[in-house]
Write a protein that binds this ligand. Structure first.
Ligand code: KG4
Ligand code: ZN
Length: 335
């Protein structure tokens, strides 16, 4: 292993183009993120073909900017780590194909990273004191799950959502309330102005005794409330609805992570994914007495390339490099 090990991370699984360079385990030399949120918000969601085109425009200029900022030549990299799934096929292809071409031209090994393992690593960037075993709560637009991390590379899925992911629930709730996409940050902002006890939304599966989530009923309950106000010709109390909805989602996440702590005896929890940026969830996780929580920096809750570089570098040190082709897989799930 060289004295200094440089990893180029590339993330293009959905609508954010991410590039980062990592020195050794966790020193971030630079990180770039080109968000397409403004481009997609006018459509109310991510348009896959448009996302792929934007990655094509953005990726190579970001790689060049990153190398310049880190004062590194492509040939001096030790590893390229690229997200190979899950995600949108067109978006993944741009990232993987670009990474493959760069790896061949520069003669640098290429490793494919599972996007979910990437999220799992996001809180570790700053958490030098966090070592396995720990529980990982991944709450994003596509996933809501609790994973037991026995060791890096040794993961056990303890439970997940039966239907919508938490981020998806926020995005759908925002649409019901006429808020812009993506809904999570909007609901987070408005909830701070509202009363979380104004509406008593049911906390889904709270007493099921299983580590599992369900958020689709919550959206239906919200829709029911909105309709009541519409039918009565009354103004919709958006802020109170946001606060109450957010409380129900947060209570569900907190109750199931507490159950996982109880069942496994592991009292260390690392949260990640877009919803880990949510203020109420961050506050609740940090206030828990039964376990200690680690959270990613806000900018690394949502998709980014630092987490991909870190997961790729860790996988490399575990000997997971075959030299075989890296194939995009939109449905890749198990980590
Ligand atoms: O991890 P991510 O960037 O993409 C996926 O891999 O899915 O997560 C995006 C999701 C979106 O659904 C977005 O609404 C949600 O994370 N999100 C939030 C917040 N910021 C982003 N949800 C609640 N509160 C937030 N502050
Ligand atoms: Zn993600």
């Amino acid at each position: 292993m060289p004295e200094n090990f440089f990893t180029l991370g590339i993330e293009t699984s959905c609508d954010d183009t991410g590039v980062a360079i990592l020195k050794n385990d966790r020193e971030v030399l630079c990180e770039y993120l080109s968000s397409q949120i403004k481009d997609h918000s006018r459509f109310g969601g991510v348009v896959p073909e448009f996302a792929a085109r934007k990655h094509l425009e953005n990726l190579l200029p970001l790689v060049n900017a990153a190398l310049n900022e880190a004062y590194i030549k492509g040939r001096d990299l030790n590893l390229i780590a690229v997200t190979r799934g899950p995600g949108l096929m067109g978006s993944l292809i741009i990232g993987v194909q670009t990474a493959l071409a760069l790896s061949q031209v520069w003669n640098v090994p290429l490793i494919g990273v599972n996007h979910l393992e990437g999220h799992l690593f996001a809180p570790l960037v700053e958490a030098e004191d966090l070592e396995p075993p720990f529980l990982s709560l991944i709450v994003s637009g596509g996933h809501t799950e609790i994973i037991k991390v026995e060791a890096f590379g040794k993961y056990e899925l303890l439970g997940q959502t039966r239907d919508d992911a938490a981020g998806e629930a926020y995005d759908k709730a925002a649409r019901v309330l006429g808020l812009k996409y993506p809904g999570g940050p909007e609901i987070d902002r408005l909830a701070k102005l509202g009363n979380s006890k104004a509406f008593n939304f049911p906390v889904p599966l709270k007493n099921s005794g299983e580590i599992e989530f369900s958020f689709s009923g919550l959206k239906t309950a919200l829709l029911g409330q909105v309709k009541k106000f519409q039918e009565a010709g009354q103004e919709i109390p958006v802020e109170d609805l946001c606060a109450s909805f957010e409380k129900a989602v947060t209570d569900s996440l907190i109750s199931k992570i507490n159950l996982a702590v109880k069942l496994t005896g592991i009292k260390r929890v690392a949260a990640s994914g877009g919803v880990s940026a949510n203020s109420a969830l961050r506050e609740a996780l940090s206030a828990q007495k039964n376990f200690k929580a680690w959270l990613p920096a806000l900018k690394r809750c949502t998709d980014n390339a630092v987490m991909i570089a870190m997961a790729g570098r860790n996988s490399w040190t575990r000997g997971n490099f075959s030299g075989g082709p890296v194939v995009p897989d939109p449905a890749l799930h198990e980590i």
